[in-house]
Design a protein around this ligand. Structure first.
Ligand code: ASP
Length: 438
């Protein structure tokens, strides 16, 4: 009961934070407009306010976010791959679930990149005007490295250098290997396992704390941007939101349902109807983790999926399978590249698909973590992280929507794996409904 109360309080707090971030965004935009259109240029306006206070707090907030990345990714990937290491014990089920999870995520990023390249959310927003760092980024993004070097660069020659320089792919590789070994060695390395999972909890807590200053950070970032860009910054942000929502819709209602139909023959519409309450719950909490019990229960009672399968694959999915999150990251990459006028080639796109798939493993099922792991995707293709400050203001609504997609992906994969392991009761699925000839 006490726990429930605490949970409720926590949720209330999170809703409060959302509203505050939205206010930050709104007041930031108004302040930016006023500075841009109503206040004449002066030393006070340009040097003290825009490039002084707003720059200091806005960039300070971005640095706080960056501070989280390396330890958060290291710990959560070690924990995630410890979970994958365990899947070996579950043999067939584990391997299949893992295969589906990774494939659907890679598919999700591809859907996102395609949608974003059709909608072009960042075109019309010239961020390079206000962030000089983009010149540096343009240069480094276009520096061509050959394929052999690209692969070699994934292997760390000194992991401490990789950690201190934030070379994400190297950190990821090391974390994955470490996690699998920890899982294999079992009880002998209990202390190290506990260290990583407790450190992971600590990083989650730190993320929550940093998110508390998000409203002020967002206010400053948006005010600075709008004070220099004016009205033309609105349309790209709206387009970014629409692109993410469309890609999420395609993944949820077309890709998943096609997979469900092909692999299980079940009626996709009925699946959505039965699963909708869980999606609503995920939407309102923006937390995959919190939906685990409800998801397992709904799959068992309404879809006929055996708990033997779901009690393993659903928590695994909530830890490592974040298709919705990787969709947001794919669209954000295109948005930032266009806004900063940076050309991404095919190798960059393949790197984004790979990193966003891994980022999905490293993203914890709690609110806003997708934004933190987005930094890692940006780093991989040398995009300036300043763009994250812009999209952060409108992220909560997208976080809610992508969480609903995240958990739907887990449920669809679980149902498919259950079908393939004779652990799906079709009679329960069609109970009370007219059985569809399929
Ligand atoms: N809120 C998401 C989830 O819990 C993670 C994220 O994308 O931030 O699934």
């Amino acid at each position: 009961m006490n726990n429930e109360n605490r949970e409720e309080k926590k949720e209330k707090k999170q809703v409060g934070l959302t509203t505050k971030i939205l206010f930050g965004l709104l007041f930031g935009a108004i302040t930016g407009f006023v500075l841009n259109y109503a206040v004449p240029d002066s030393y006070f306006k340009n040097t003290i306010v825009i490039n002084g206070i707003l720059q200091l707090i806005g960039q300070g907030f971005i640095r706080l976010m960056q501070m989280l990345v390396v330890p958060l990714v290291l710990c959560s990937l070690v924990c995630g791959s410890m979970a994958i290491g365990d899947t070996k014990k579950l043999g067939n089920v584990g391997a299949k679930a893992l295969g589906f999870y990774i494939c659907t995520t890679a598919l999700a990023v591809t859907v996102a990149l395609t949608t974003a390249n059709v909608i072009n959310p960042g075109i019309g927003l010239d961020m390079s005007k206000i962030h000089k760092s983009s010149t540096v980024a343009t240069e480094s993004a276009t520096q061509s490295t050959n394929i052999v070097d690209t692969f070699l660069n994934i292997i760390p020659s000194n992991i401490f250098n990789s950690l201190s320089e934030g070379t994400m792919l190297q950190v990821i590789l090391f974390a994955l290997i470490l996690g699998v070994i920890l899982a294999k060695m079992g009880d002998r390395v209990e202390t190290v396992k506990n260290f990583f999972s407790q450190f992971n909890d600590i990083m989650m807590e730190m993320t929550m704390i940093v998110m508390k200053v998000a409203p002020i950070g967002v206010f400053c970032l948006i005010a600075k941007t709008f004070s220099q860009l004016g009205i033309e910054a609105f349309q790209p942000l709206l387009k970014y939101m629409i692109a993410v929502l469309i890609a999420l819709g395609i993944q949820c209602f077309i890709v998943y349902q096609a997979l469900l139909k092909v692999f299980t023959g079940l009626n996709p519409l009925l699946f959505i109807k039965k699963f909708f309450p869980v999606m609503e719950f995920a939407f309102s909490t923006a937390t995959s983790n919190a939906t685990i019990p409800m998801s397992i229960d709904t799959l068992a009672k309404k879809m006929g999926v055996s708990k033997k399968i779901s009690s393993f694959t659903i928590p695994l999915g909530a830890t490592i399978n974040m298709d919705g999150t990787s969709i947001m990251q794919g669209v954000a990459v295109v948005f930032a590249a266009q806004a900063f006028n940076i050309h991404l080639d095919l190798t960059d796109y393949l790197m984004v698909i790979g990193t966003a798939t891994l980022a999905s493993i490293g993203t914890a099922g709690i609110p806003s973590v997708g934004l933190v792991t987005l930094t890692m995707v940006f780093n991989t293709v040398n995009l300036p992280v300043e763009a994250i400050g812009l999209i952060m203001g409108i992220d909560r609504i997208l976080d809610m929507t992508r969480t609903a997609v995240n958990i739907t992906g887990d449920a669809v994969c679980t149902t498919i794996v259950a079908k393939q392991n004779d652990a799906l009761d079709r009679d329960i699925f069609y109970q009370g409904e007219q059985k569809e000839a399929s």
